[in-house]
Design a protein around this ligand. Structure first.
Ligand SMILES: Nc1ncnc2c1ncn2[C@@H]1O[C@H](COP(=O)(O)OP(=O)(O)O)[C@@H](O)[C@H]1O
Ligand SMILES: [Mg+2]
Length: 148
């Protein structure tokens, strides 16, 4: 993930459109090697899904727009690296995540993209999680910060 340091070298990134958020995701994808856990944090509409979709696109997933909103997790195994996209928003408890095999996902070598990763006080997230914190800065602008 060497290129992540380069991308975030000035701290917070200002992203001026939804398309640019996806482009940032594609750039971040280039540095992934497999097994990384990425926590996406920010309010509704902050751009977590756009960023996740860009990362999945960059990894070569054929259906990056498939959403985990109703299924809690969506797996993509046809790209350069396997990636599992989670959304904890609708999860009622950490136990629900454990019941769907969260521990296995942590060990199977896939890149894990987790929206609302800070739910349940972040208790489900491993220590080496890469946290991306998104913020509204205007109608069409967002900031993204890496807090590793
Ligand atoms: N700079 C930007 N980056 C990301 N999304 C943006 C931006 N500007 C406007 N948007 C809009 O904000 C919304 C972000 O939605 P989404 O990615 O689903 O956010 P989240 O998953 O955090 O709720 C979309 O409607 C998108 O078109
Ligand atoms: Mg979302």
């Amino acid at each position: 993930m060497k290129n992540w340091q380069k991308i975030f070298k000035n701290g917070e990134i200002e992203v001026i459109s939804a398309a640019e958020m996806q482009a940032l995701g594609r750039a971040l994808a280039a540095g992934l090697e497999g097994g990384e856990v990425i926590g996406l944090v920010g309010d509704l509409g902050a751009g977590k899904t756009h960023l996740a979709q860009g990362i999945m696109e960059g990894l070569g997933a054929s259906d990056p727009a498939a959403s985990p909103t109703f299924s809690l997790v969506h797996e993509h195994t046809d790209g350069r690296l396997a990636v599992a996209h989670f959304d904890f928003y609708r999860m009622k408890s950490a136990d629900e995540a454990l019941g769907m095999g969260w521990d296995e996902y942590l060990q199977n070598g896939a890149v894990l993209l987790v929206e609302w990763a800070d739910r349940f006080d972040g208790a489900l997230m491993p220590e080496d999680t890469h946290w991306l914190v998104l913020r509204h800065t205007g109608e069409n602008t967002r900031s993204v910060r890496l807090c590793s």
